[in-house]
Design a protein around this ligand. Structure first.
Ligand SMILES: Nc1ncnc2c1ncn2[C@@H]1O[C@H](COP(=O)(O)OP(=O)(O)OP(=O)(O)O)[C@@H](O)[C@H]1O
Ligand SMILES: [Mg+2]
Length: 272
């Protein structure tokens, strides 16, 4: 059954979408079956993979809408196949109306989790690209997820934003998903010409070091990372020898290692 990872930080422009795409493709290149879910009505992930979300009839927003109407939509009909061997549930502006529609829906936090039951057995990893807010759609993503990866932009001290994010994660753990784990904080947009990345890491270590892993992989600022998304490609397809490609490859390996360790632990506890 797939491990579901939400890429989440309510701060905008920290590299969530870029990470969802390149981690997803990295996992696929390692032989894993991967589904990406675009959880942002801005549909940056859908666009970065080469589709125009607004021209698509089927989307995450439509699936969630149908689910609130007591239909059981066929999730598989909304899955697109990308040439880099990954699948995508796309998004478009339809998703933004869900934010208010969900307020009165039954089991409103669990709509996405319920939808995903249909496809969890078809994949090894499902990666959800969250939008930059902690509203109902993001709560749905966290409720559907086994774990969270938090990209943090190395150029700003994230203290206050991190506190809000941790509060939301705790709220989800207490109410709708007590198994939610934090896989780790990923430093993104790291500029090695400054000491800021180190300062930011030290701040996070001091405040959360006991609870949260900081990935060894760090994603450098590199024009190629932005260019790849504009070209509708992963960084591996665009320039596999570039620094961001190496960094996302290292992240992928860490994520697979975490997943395997968890699986061994689960199997051990079942046989015991
Ligand atoms: N390593 C990188 N080096 C340079 N530019 C990058 C890098 N990663 C992402 N970018 C660019 O920075 C911008 C923000 O990245 P991205 O869209 O991944 O962030 P986000 O957290 O998903 O943003 P949002 O909160 O708006 O969804 C984009 O223009 C992207 O192409
Ligand atoms: Mg994004």
């Amino acid at each position: 059954m797939a491990k579901v990872i939400a890429i989440c930080n309510q701060k905008g422009g920290v590299g969530k979408t870029t990470t969802a795409l390149n981690l997803g493709v990295g996992l696929a290149r390692s032989g894993k079956r991967v589904l990406l879910i675009d959880g942002d009505p801005q549909s940056d992930l859908t666009t970065a993979l080469g589709w125009n979300g607004d021209a698509l009839d089927n989307s995450l927003g439509r699936l969630m809408y149908l689910a609130t109407q007591e239909y059981k939509p066929r999730v598989k009909d909304s899955i697109l196949h990308h040439p880099e061997s990954i699948d995508l549930i796309p998004s478009n502006l339809d998703l933004s109306s869900m934010e208010t529609r969900l307020v009165n829906a039954m089991s409103r936090e669990k709509i996405l989790a319920n939808l995903m039951k249909d496809v969890r057995n078809d994949y090894d990893y499902i990666v959800i690209d969250c939008m930059p807010s902690l509203g109902m759609i993001t709560i749905n993503a966290l409720t559907a997820a086994d774990s969270v990866i938090i990209p943090v932009q190395a150029q700003f001290l994230p203290a206050k934003g991190m506190t809000q994010l941790m509060r939301s994660i705790d709220m989800v753990r207490n109410h709708t998903n007590d198994k939610l784990k934090i896989d780790g904080v990923l430093m993104t947009l790291v500029d090695y010409r400054t000491n800021l990345a180190k300062e930011v890491i030290d701040t996070i270590r001091t405040k959360y070091g006991m609870q949260i892993r900081i990935f060894d992989a760090q994603i450098p600022v590199a024009v190629k990372a932005a260019e790849a998304s504009k070209a509708g490609q992963s960084i591996f397809e665009y320039d596999k020898d570039s620094k961001p490609a190496k960094a996302y490859e290292a992240l992928t390996k860490e994520v697979i290692r975490i997943g395997e360790r968890e699986r061994h632990r689960n199997e051990a506890s079942i046989t015991r």
